[in-house]
Design a protein around this ligand. Structure first.
Ligand SMILES: Nc1nc2c(c(=O)[nH]1)N[C@H]1C(S)=C(S)[C@@H](COP(=O)(O)OP(=O)(O)OC[C@H]3O[C@@H](n4cnc5c(=O)[nH]c(N)nc54)[C@H](O)[C@@H]3O)O[C@H]1N2
Ligand SMILES: Nc1nc2c(c(=O)[nH]1)N[C@H]1C(S)=C(S)[C@@H](COP(=O)(O)OP(=O)(O)OC[C@H]3O[C@@H](n4cnc5c(=O)[nH]c(N)nc54)[C@H](O)[C@@H]3O)O[C@H]1N2
Ligand code: SF4
Ligand SMILES: [Mo]
Length: 679
């Protein structure tokens, strides 16, 4: 067809990337004849600036994937057998699910557990209608800790909320510490600002046990041992004190608890830090000097470093550095871990309608210990045994720690499991019912961000594929099938969207432009004004907490399992999403374990050999990659593969444990000792 005619048949829709990524890009979705033909970044949106990551550029490939779930499915095989399902009508599926849930709820609704995370970060397809349903039911509440709650609790303890620097001002920094973040892989749009700063002469230092593609492009890489960041932060404070690089005026006016912390920091001279962190004392001294003498100095902290026992305290200590150096005085100084707290005053706290709860507040189940909790009997302290799980926006069988237990839990013959999904994931394989959900191209949603401070809208670009329905609609219909006739279940997605924010975010203005920026100060803590009750940053109680599993804290265990394993995400997947998109899986190849040449030689391993990675929890088969990306003593098991697409039907979470972090009740995925042997 003539290109002009084709163009005339196309239209463009404003979208937002739904994924759990700090960038929350604005999408330009091109539709032709009822089909999405292109997903691009919007050029006009400042942080997206017209560019998307490889994964989401392929979003249409995911939506139109041949294996999309397009009809409700009912299980016809035993949970311990190979999964077999047959299609059923929506009416039959909903009636049966409602009957099963009501029978359980009649005994105790807390035996029903919602299980969801950030498969979509959307406010509507996340918890808006689901929350109403589970509140009305009186189901157990889910403690959503699997990713960010150690760091979140730490920021809250220190600054009063999850607040940080504004993204664009990183471009003006003179020094950027990229701390526990593989920005090129998982925070690409921050990287653009960091590169701008670099071109203008800023120094970039990456602090990460793994030599990532981001570390390759920084001026310096400090490859500390996992879980030792708190010690490094205390060492930096030691040097700030020793050289009198402190901003005494800022501390006096805006920081509580410094005397106590100062005493602790004096116990951390560079030699001690070097010993604990597995780096040189010179690296500690140099880093302190750079940090104290470069102005403005910024820290892009990310969640990778808080997935260890002491992750919360480590975040607290690092978050205090700009309070001690006075870096917060300038808009290009300070720290960013999460910006999500900036949205809180604009959000409707009652969107999920907690008032629908029929009785007292139900118990809270931690999503990070789902492996243990699915295997628990009823007891006075636990409450009723879990009899039903409704999973949406998450793939716990692949992503939750210690998967041998998670699998056994979901295999229970007496557990009723419903999974709302796009694809037959490892979790869907263990469901009684699988319900087909729409993707971001097929539904309305609203998005905030944890890396910038804009609200975005995602308009549906095309009609739902097959019989798929938005999560909101599935929960509306489930509510009706359960006989819940509250007006809250009659709200349409647009009505939910109009309720999501207060009047400062005008829905129609949002719809017209596609995004709206929050009105915020450029240098939020230049004059203090933290979100704590007294407006001061809080240093009290912060200290280094060693790992559960390390040579220092558990020498006996380390004799049997001498290698520390971290399992950060693979660049071309998003957690376990996109693993089934062939073009992306082809780039990643297969599940890999990066290992340093010395550690490989000690074990007689060759590059490309199949290896068994194991500890007392389990064993995982994958390919060894002898690589300078791994430092001695640390192996990198890149995640998060679908178990069924891995070599022996397992993934890295076969090895991780369920012990929780010091703050925030989060998992400690990267606090894990293993041994490696040729398979
Ligand atoms: N491409 C891609 N992007 C993603 C994701 C994805 O799966 N793929 N996942 C998204 C999600 S859910 C999240 S939470 C974020 C995660 O992104 P980040 O917050 O950046 O966290 P991770 O990728 O877990 O880890 C980042 C880096 O921390 C390093 N690290 C591990 N342990 C330690 C430690 O003890 N100390 C220090 N200093 N560094 C350590 C890892 O080697 C890794 O390079 O990214 C999001 N973006
Ligand atoms: N070993 C190890 N384990 C980890 C991590 C690690 O670094 N190492 N990272 C952890 C982190 S940071 C996180 S955030 C978690 C992530 O864990 P999850 O939040 O479970 O993330 P995903 O694995 O991406 O699974 C999301 C699922 O939601 C589905 N989905 C997406 N959109 C929709 C929708 O609109 N409706 C419905 N019904 N479904 C939808 C997707 O198809 C996908 O299967 O994993 C954690 N697990
Ligand atoms: S995953 Fe992140 S970088 Fe990729 S499009 Fe989504 S928000 Fe942007
Ligand atoms: Mo995450």
């Amino acid at each position: 067809m003539n290109p002009a005619v084709t163009a005339a048949l196309q239209h463009v829709v404003h979208g937002a990337c739904p994924h759990d990524c700090p960038d929350t890009c604005a999408l330009k979705i091109t539709v032709e004849a009822g089909r999405v033909i292109k997903v691009q970044g919007r050029a006009e949106h400042p942080s997206t600036h017209g560019a998307l990551c490889t994964k989401v550029s392929r979003y249409a490939e995911r939506t139109y994937h041949g294996e999309r779930l397009l009809r409700p499915l009912k299980r016809v095989s035993a949970k311990t057998e190979a999964p077999r399902f047959e299609p059923v009508s929506w009416a039959e599926a909903l009636a049966d699910i409602a009957a099963r849930l009501k029978a359980i709820a009649a005994r105790d609704p807390q035996a029903i557990l919602p299980y969801s995370y950030a498969g979509t970060m959307g406010l509507l397809q996340g918890e808006a209608m689901a929350g109403r349903f589970f509140n009305r039911l009186g189901a157990s509440r889910l403690d959503r800790t699997i990713c960010a709650s150690a760091g979140g609790a730490a920021l809250t303890a220190t600054y009063g909320h999850k607040l940080g620097m504004h993204l664009p001002f990183f471009a003006e920094s003179r020094l950027i510490l990229i701390w526990g973040s593989n920005s090129i892989a998982s925070n690409l749009h921050f990287w653009t600002y960091a590169m701008q700063a670099k071109r203008e002469g800023a120094k970039l230092i990456c602090i990460d046990p793994r030599r990532t593609e981001t570390a390759d492009k920084c001026h310096q890489h400090i490859a500390l041992l996992p879980g030792t960041d708190g010690a490094l932060a205390l060492g930096l404070m030691h040097e700030l004190i020793a050289h009198d690089w402190l901003d005494h005026d800022y501390i006096a006016r805006h920081v509580d608890g410094w005397d106590e912390l100062r005493g602790k920091a004096l116990g951390w001279p560079p030699e001690r830090v070097a010993e604990v962190c597995g780096i040189s004392a010179e690296e500690v001294r140099g880093l302190a000097r750079d940090y104290a003498t470069s102005k403005p100095a910024a820290i892009r902290l990310n969640y990778g470093m808080q997935r260890v026992r002491g992750g919360g305290n480590a975040v607290r200590l690092i978050a205090l550095l700009p309070c001690l150096s006075g870096a917060w005085r300038q808009r290009a100084g300070g720290l960013l871990l999460s910006s999500s707290g900036w949205f809180a005053p604009f959000k409707n706290p009652a969107l999920e309608r907690p008032d629908l709860l029929p009785g007292p507040l139900p118990r809270l189940i931690n999503m990070s210990t789902i492996g243990d909790d699915l295997l628990r009997e009823s007891s006075a302290e636990f409450g009723p045994k879990i009899e039903a799980v409704i999973v949406y926006n998450s793939n716990p069988v692949a992503v939750a720690p210690e998967s041998p237990k998670v699998v056994r839990g979901f295999q229970r013959a007496d557990l009723f499991t419903v999974v709302l999904e796009h694809f037959m994931t490892d979790t869907a394989d263990l469901a009684d019912y699988v319900l087909p959900a729409t993707t971001q191209l097929e539904h309305l949603d609203l998005h905030t961000s944890y890396g910038h401070t804009d609200v975005l809208i995602n308009e549906p670009a095309v009609a739902p594929l097959g019989e798929a329905k938005p999560n909101t609609q599935i929960f509306r219909e489930l509510a009706a099938a359960c006989g819940f006739d509250d007006a809250a279940f009659a709200d349409s997605d647009e009505q939910l969207a109009r309720q999501a924010f207060n009047r400062d975010i005008d829905f129609d203005a949002l719809r017209a432009q596609g995004w709206q920026s929050l009105p915020l100060a450029e240098a939020p803590f230049a004059e203090g004004g933290f979100a704590t009750p007294n407006g001061r940053a809080n240093a009290a109680g912060a200290d280094y907490v060693p790992n559960y599993e390390s040579r220092q804290s558990s020498p006996e265990l380390a004799r049997r399992y001498p290698l520390a394993m971290i399992s950060p995400p693979a660049r071309n997947f998003l957690n376990s999403s996109f693993v089934n998109v062939k073009s992306l899986r082809d780039i990643e190849g297969e599940p890999l374990l990066e290992i340093h040449a010395d550690d490989a030689a000690e074990r007689g391993l060759t590059d490309g050999a199949m290896v068994r990675v194991f500890n007392e929890r389990g064993s995982y088969l994958c390919k060894a990659r002898i690589s300078p990306r791994a430092r001695p003593g640390v192996v990198n098991g890149l995640g998060i593969w679908w178990r069924k697409l891995g070599a022996a039907g397992t993934n890295v979470n076969e090895l991780t444990h369920q012990r929780l972090t010091d703050l925030g009740r989060a998992p400690s995925f990267y606090d894990c000792l293993v041994q490696v042997a040729a398979a």
